[in-house]
Ligand binder design. Structure first.
Ligand SMILES: C[S@@+](CC[C@H](N)C(=O)[O-])C[C@H]1O[C@@H](n2cnc3c(N)ncnc32)[C@H](O)[C@@H]1O
Length: 286
């Protein structure tokens, strides 16, 4: 991550949402309200100007993103599918009794801000590195605070999740919770991912769920996003946010079980590969 600067990849995800909004079938790709909220947040947080936003919404920009799909087929639209998957899972888990939502590495995601008024009995929490959480908080303040949305700046590389949440009076470790790690785990070293899953189990109550996306590894254990893997990894590295962690799908169930989670394909709803990633839900084992 670039020192003191908002995450480039978080900005990229949000601008891709805006660009997807320029496609003729946008309303079939994106959740209602997602596009407008993302545009407002990018402007209000000061990470994108009016001119850049207008440019992002052009057909030319859509063509550029679609052209780059040669490297990672389906990746442009997959970002929209990822948001739909996470929101669907969060709504499903709220229906099943969850009262806390925690989004890790939230970036410029707007789910908490959009869902907070719809579910006033649910508390929404977001954690991100201070360099990204700071502009996000500025944007949310301008768009309208939510009483049940808590933005927590914390570098999870330096401070444990358990300690970060213990310092927040509103978080309850015995509550049925949903933890979302969307487009995050690939940026963490392997031992940090293991530690994060264990900590997620420790900070959440019975029947909690974790929703996450990950990059698959091939049978030799190496990260695998197809024939251009080497180039993709190099591009990620030069942006300052390298991909570090991946997992062989066949090993996921046993990996999660050791850390207190049960892989729950029944809840998956997003089975199969979407661009570079796989989408997954796991339930806390009591
Ligand atoms: C690819 S972005 C995804 C953003 C968001 N989840 C989404 O999909 O729209 C990865 C996010 O993880 C955050 N992140 C990476 N390392 C982090 C760390 N050590 N502590 C807290 N957040 C981190 C970045 O700041 C960034 O917002």
């Amino acid at each position: 991550m670039r020192e003191g600067k908002p995450s480039k990849t978080a900005l990229k995800v949000a601008t891709i949402i805006v660009a997807l909004g320029a496609k003729p079938d946008a309303d079939q790709i994106l959740n209602p309200g997602l596009l407008e909220a993302t545009e407002d947040l990018l402007l209000a947080s000061g990470v994108l100007g009016e001119k850049a936003l207008r440019w992002t919404k052009t057909q030319r920009m859509v063509s550029i993103y679609e052209a780059f799909d040669w490297m990672l087929p389906g990746q442009f639209q997959a970002i929209g599918e990822r948001k739909v998957f996470c929101e669907h899972q969060v709504r499903d888990a709220i229906s099943a009794g969850a009262t806390q939502i925690l989004v890790l590495g939230a970036g410029f995601d707007t789910m908490g801000w959009r869902l907070a008024p719809e579910f006033p009995h649910v508390s929404f929490f977001e954690i991100d590195h201070p360099a990204t959480a700071r502009p996000k908080a500025k944007g949310i303040a301008a768009m309208g605070q939510r009483d049940n949305l808590f933005l927590i700046p914390s570098d999870l590389g330096n401070r444990k999740l358990i300690d970060t949440l213990a310092a927040n009076n509103s978080w309850r470790s015995d509550a049925q919770s949903i933890i979302v790690a969307e487009g995050l785990l690939m940026y963490l070293p392997g031992d940090a991912v293991v530690d994060l899953f264990s900590q997620c189990a420790a900070v959440s109550g019975a029947k909690s769920r974790i929703i996450f996306t990950y990059i698959p590894a091939s049978t030799d254990g190496r990260l695998d996003v197809g024939k251009w893997t080497g180039l993709v990894l190099w591009l990620q590295k030069i942006t300052g946010e390298p991909w570090l962690w991946s997992m062989q799908p066949k090993n996921l169930t046993s990996f999660l079980a050791e850390l207190g989670w049960k892989n729950d394909p029944v809840l998956e709803g997003g089975a199969g590969r979407h661009g570079a990633e796989l989408y997954t839900v796991a339930t806390k084992e009591i």
